[in-house]
Design a protein around this ligand. Sequence first.
Ligand SMILES: [Fe+2]
Length: 224
Amino acid sequence: MQLIAEAQAFFDRFAALETQVNQAQELDPTLLDNLIQAVRDFIDYKRRLLALIIQCQIAPCLYPLLIDHITREAVNFLDLLKNSSPEDPLDAILAVEVFWLRIMKEHIEFVRGLLDPSERLLIEQSDQFIATFSNLLDEARDLQSMNFQAQPDSFNTVARFTDAVLENITQLRNFKAAAHELALLCQLLSIVSTPLLLDHIRREADRALLEIGALQAQLDMSDE
Ligand SMILES: [Fe+2]
C-alpha cells in the first residue's frame, strides 16, 4: 500500500513539474533543481521496487527487466538534465546508440511477451525485430569498444552504421504505431494493459531518432 501511495505521489509531482515546464519560457535554476531532485528520488524508488521484486517480497504483474529498463531511462534523463554527455562527437553518438538500441530491443521483447500466442504473424515480425536489434546493439558495442581503444580521428563506419540504425528504428517505430492503432481499434489480441503503452514506446522511438539524428548532424559537421 505504501508503495502505491508513493507511486501516486510521484505521478502528482511529475504532473505538476510538467505543467511548470510547459509554462516556463526557460528552464530557470530552481525549476531545474526541482526536476533533478524529483528524477533522483524516482530512480531510488524504482531501484527499491526492483530489489523487492528480485527478493520475491512483492510480485507485481510486471517484468523485472521492465523495472530495470525504466530505471535506466530515468538515469539517462538525469544525465540529460545534468548535461553530462561526452563532448567528443564519436564518443557521444556511440553512447547514445548503445543506450537506445538496448531500449528498442527490450521494447520489442516486452511486446512479444505481451502478445497472445495466436498472434503468430505479429510474433514472427517481433522475432525478426529482436534478431535485428540484437545484432545492431552488438555492433554498436563493438564500434564503441574500437573507438574507445583506438581514439581514431575519423571513423567512417560509424556514419554508415548510424544510417542503418536510423532506418531500423524508423521501421520499429512504424510497427509500434501500427500496433497502437490495432489496439485502439480492438483488433489486437494481447495482455497489453492499455494502448497507451504502445503509444509510449512509439514516442520513445521518435525520441531516439531525434537524439541520434542530432548527433549524426554534429558528426557530419566535425568531418568538414
Ligand atoms: Fe522504454
